[in-house]
Design a protein around this ligand. Sequence first.
Ligand code: KIV
Length: 271
Amino acid sequence: MKKKVTVKTYQEFKNEGRKITMLTAYDYSMAKLVIDAGVDSILIGDSLAMTMQGHDSTLPVTVDDIIYHTKMIVQANANANTHALIVSDMPFLSYHVSVEDTIRNAGRIVKEGGAEAVKLEGGCSIIDQVKAIIDAQIPVMGHLGLTPQSVNAFGGFKVQGRDEENAKRILDDALALQDAGVFSIVLEGIPETLAKEISERLFIPTIGIGAGRYCDGQVLVLQDMLGMYNDFVPKFVKQYADLNSIITSAVKNYIHEVQSGDFPSEEYTYK
Ligand code: KIV
């Protein structure tokens, strides 16, 4: 059996040059499949606003939503054959009001939801909150670059760090987060060269999404990589399956068989 992945294992993986795998999941049955397949870590991402709730941004997600979904993943992790690291997103505005409010919200996600770490978007501007959460003994994952909670400030989901000033700010934010004690940083939607430089400068692991080949690990939204969520498919998404077609065809088949009387046949009937 694969040993439990922890924040310490993350660091060991980087030290050994072994790539880290992370996928999002939001419900028990999908999470159990993903964990049993051997993924290192699960992110209960605020992308659930889009994939589970049908919104067009991550902004509407609440702390209660994250706790609700985290509980299901924790249950899946307990019943799976291998045990992934469970990281939950802190939603928009759950760490912006005050340090006290931030600790309370991070604490709820760990205490009520069962997450083993929380992820926050931003660098120097949220460093006091990051330090306070770490002081409360909760491991923190950073998130820089195209941070989706800033969609309105960015004027859309746009690749970040293309100009020198912006690239320097992202690098400075990464170094500040590392100094503050985060165990890892997600780099999203930035040029590969910048992600490479950051990954080489940091001793902690970077996890890329739309950040090219040189990060220490990769994360994707599960529904994206399974071809289940086609509302918008970004360039960086590789669809490893076409569940959209598989599910549609299975459901059409079911409708047809119920209507024709072929289902349920004797095989599926109690005597
Ligand atoms: O919410 C999410 O799924 C994320 C990943 C895209 C990194 O933050």
